[in-house]
Ligand binder design. Structure first.
Ligand SMILES: O=C1C[C@@](O)(C(=O)O)C[C@@H](O)[C@@H]1O
Length: 154
């Protein structure tokens, strides 16, 4: 990858509690630790990492709008908004930024209402059940994706 790239990591409601919230489901790693791991992965790469966690749908949507034209890839764990938010789906589609959907837990092993996602059919990939390692996998994939896209555009 030659040209600098920009990756945005978004986390939705309650993910600020990661590490202390229902640890049997979500583990003991905190969100700042997750972001710090991703930042370390970026250190030697021409990648700028931005991140935001919000408990408010509109804040996430505004951040997605602000990413238009300056962000190459989005990694998003929408939390419970996954299962409810047409608005978040529309925002991601509206800015036309490729994204990966991440869930720490395996949502398909859980309550039926968590099996449905408003984003999955539009995501480049969906990662769930790998714990917080899923964010690293998503990041690795984002790099491959951006590299391939750059090559295709040359
Ligand atoms: O808040 C969350 C976290 C989650 O997105 C996950 O990372 O496993 C799964 C959602 O169903 C839940 O509402």
């Amino acid at each position: 990858m030659s040209a600098p790239k920009s990756v945005l990591v978004l986390n939705g409601p309650n993910l600020n509690l990661l590490g202390t919230r229902e640890p049997t489901l979500y583990g003991s790693t905190t969100l700042p630790e997750v972001i710090s791991t991703l930042s370390t992965l970026c250190e030697k790469l021409p990648i700028t990492l931005s991140s935001l966690q919000s408990n408010h749908e509109g804040v996430l949507i505004d951040r997605i709008h602000a990413a238009r034209g300056n962000t190459d890839f989005v990694i998003i764990n929408p939390g419970a908004l996954t299962h409810t938010s047409v608005a978040l789906r529309d925002a991601l589609l509206g800015v036309e930024i490729p994204f990966v959907e991440v869930h720490v837990s395996n949502i398909h092993k859980r309550e039926e209402f968590r099996h449905r996602s408003y984003l999955s059919d539009k995501a480049e990939a969906v990662i769930c059940g790998l714990g917080v390692y899923g964010y690293e996998v998503a990041f690795e994939y984002a790099m491959r994706f951006m590299k391939a896209r750059e090559k295709a555009q040359l």
